[in-house]
Write a protein that binds this ligand. Structure first.
Ligand SMILES: [Zn+2]
Ligand SMILES: [Zn+2]
Length: 176
């Protein structure tokens, strides 16, 4: 959904809606990341006009399908995040510190074409919050580095003792 800044009333705009999206999936695909949104995205947004910016506060909820970075299994992931930031209407940050906004500690982005695009909000939050190497579970054992067996399902017969993590190789030297 695109929201024109001029449509935000003086006392702010409060929105709650669900949105289907494909474009964000395409964005991740182009980026070589296996992230798929598999449910409508639930947005709760509060938008407020400031002097030279739009204040954005809200939350996003949806479900994703991700690929485990260890065992390559596809798994579902409930995504939820809260956000609070400011979109500046100025193309550049002012050099002098004359921001009358009480937003010193908030993230500042920039507003394109006087429009707020919920797809941009969504993709930005996903890039910020999602792990680069997702795991299907905290205890995922991954695949055997020799035969490729999924060690979460079954222990294979390989002897993996001779595969030494380089971080531990140094420790072994110290003991000798
Ligand atoms: Zn896994
Ligand atoms: Zn194996």
């Amino acid at each position: 959904m695109k929201i024109s800044v001029t449509d935000i009333p003086h006392d702010g705009l409060s929105l709650h809606f669900e949105e289907e999206t494909d474009s964000v999936n395409d964005l991740f695909k182009k980026d070589g990341r296996d992230v798929n949104i598999i449910a409508p995205v639930d947005f709760t947004l509060l938008l407020k006009q400031e002097a030279d910016a739009v204040y954005v506060k809200g939350s996003i909820k949806t479900r994703l399908s991700l690929l485990c970075s260890l065992c390559a299994k596809r798994f579902n992931y409930g995504f939820q995040c809260d956000m609070e930031y400011v979109l500046s209407k100025k193309a550049r940050m002012p050099v002098q510190e004359d921001l009358e906004l009480e937003t010193d500690e908030l993230e500042i982005g920039f507003l394109k074409d006087e429009t707020i695009d919920t797809q941009d909000i969504l993709s930005e939050q996903l890039y910020l919050e999602l792990p680069i190497k997702p795991l299907c579970s905290g205890g995922c054992r991954g695949l055997c580095s020799k035969c490729g067996a999924d060690l979460n399902i079954d222990e294979c017969a390989c002897n993996r003792d001779d595969i030494v993590d380089p971080r531990f190789a140094k420790l072994k030297e110290l003991k000798l």
